[in-house]
Design a protein around this ligand. Structure first.
Ligand code: FMN
Length: 197
């Protein structure tokens, strides 16, 4: 399949096989994502690859605690919008998948003298790099889930990231389980989303 065909077939998996693969594939994908356009070329991102089962377990444990509180506080409308995805407070995929990539966004950086320096359009830049990373992973036939626990500060604590880095999202990477029933969703038509002037 071409990359375009692979991207059109990409789906989010919430159940993964435990079989692993060479970590170099993830490094290759991140290396492609680092060429993403970004504000003033500050490259305001760090990609943490987690393969250690103990760290994955800790991330799962703390995520499930957060999810309990999350589902209690979200609006009825939000809950309704999530219903068709069959998601709940349990996140076994965080341990099933061989790798997690936790993307961190830089809020500021430091120059070579240790003085604080600014970053520009960090949100947009990290979003674009994450999109390119997902495309690269898709090209390498790696299935993913973008997972966004909220709040997510616990990820900085577990991974001991510095204060200038804020967790952005988790990309769960592996082989999607054949027994996972993909939600029956549709995508908007080109006419709905493309306006030519
Ligand atoms: C920013 C973002 C956050 C998401 N957060 C979650 C999440 O926390 N849990 C989850 O199961 N799926 C999450 N998803 C996956 C979406 O639910 C999924 O992409 C959407 O339903 C479309 O399905 P598809 O990816 O299979 O096309 C997230 C996706 C994005 C882009």
């Amino acid at each position: 399949m071409t990359l375009l065909e692979k991207l059109k077939n990409r789906r989010s998996y919430r159940k993964f096989d435990q079989e692993t693969f060479d970590i170099q594939l993830l490094i290759d994908a991140i290396e492609a994502a680092k060429y993403a356009p970004n504000g003033a070329n500050k490259q305001p991102w760090t990609f943490c690859i987690i393969k250690d089962p103990k760290i994955k377990s800790e991330i799962r444990l703390q995520s499930e605690e957060i999810e309990k509180a999350f589902y209690e506080k979200i609006s009825d409308q939000w809950q309704k919008d999530l219903d068709h995805l069959n998601v709940d407070t349990q996140k076994p995929f965080l341990e099933q998948a061989p790798y997690l990539i936790v993307v961190f966004q830089h809020l500021y950086q430091f120059d070579k003298h240790g003085d604080k320096t600014k970053v520009y359009f960090s949100d947009k830049s990290v979003g674009i790099a994450t999109g390119m990373l997902i495309a690269a992973l898709t090209d390498l036939n790696i299935d993913i889930l973008t997972y966004t626990p909220s709040p997510n500060q616990f990820l900085s604590d577990i991974l001991k990231r510095p204060a200038n880095e804020k967790p952005y999202l988790i990309i769960v990477c592996g082989k999607g389980s054949k027994s996972y029933k993909l939600p029956d969703i549709t995508k908007k038509t080109n006419d709905e989303i493309i306006k030519i002037y």
